[in-house]
Design a protein. Structure first.
Length: 150
């Protein structure tokens, strides 16, 4: 199932102890952005955060890795850690870029955050699991499978 056929950004899967999702995109950048959105939506009510009138903070995420799956893990973990360190809930992502240079992949984007509102909290995500993380391409699109430790 890819975004080109379904129109979905992500979907959650049944998991025994943690939270698992698959994010879709027509490009690698879109699949990464949708992975971030899926994770943000596990942590808080991103729709209500997006509509909030509180001030938005932009946090730059920049990571590099030797392969795409490692890059995805680093990006998700970095976004989670940065938003938590700032005491913010992330709700959107913009200016996503992935470049390959000298056998390494480089990611950059801005994560949009607002102050933590306890009424919008859902789950406490402790980290991003490396277990079963997979980035694949199919039908002209990309999908990312991720498990979050809650």
């Amino acid at each position: 199932m890819s975004s080109s056929t379904s129109g979905k950004k992500y979907r959650y899967l049944d998991h025994t102890a943690d939270i698992e999702f698959v994010a879709f995109g027509k490009t690698k950048e879109e699949a990464f952005a949708n992975s971030l959105l899926a994770m943000f939506n596990v942590i808080s009510d991103t729709d209500k955060l997006s509509a909030s009138k509180s001030r938005t903070k932009r946090i730059k995420i920049a990571d590099a890795a030797p392969d795409m799956e490692e890059l995805l893990w680093r990006v998700l973990q970095d976004a989670l850690s940065n938003a938590d360190a700032e005491g913010m809930f992330a709700y959107d992502v913009e200016s996503v870029s992935i470049k390959e240079k000298d056998g390494s992949y480089r990611f950059s984007a801005y994560v949009l955050c607002r102050g933590k509102d306890p009424d919008l909290a859902k789950f406490d995500v402790k980290g991003v699991s490396r277990f079963d993380m997979k980035l694949s391409s199919d039908n002209g699109g990309f999908s990312a499978s991720v498990v979050l430790d809650v």
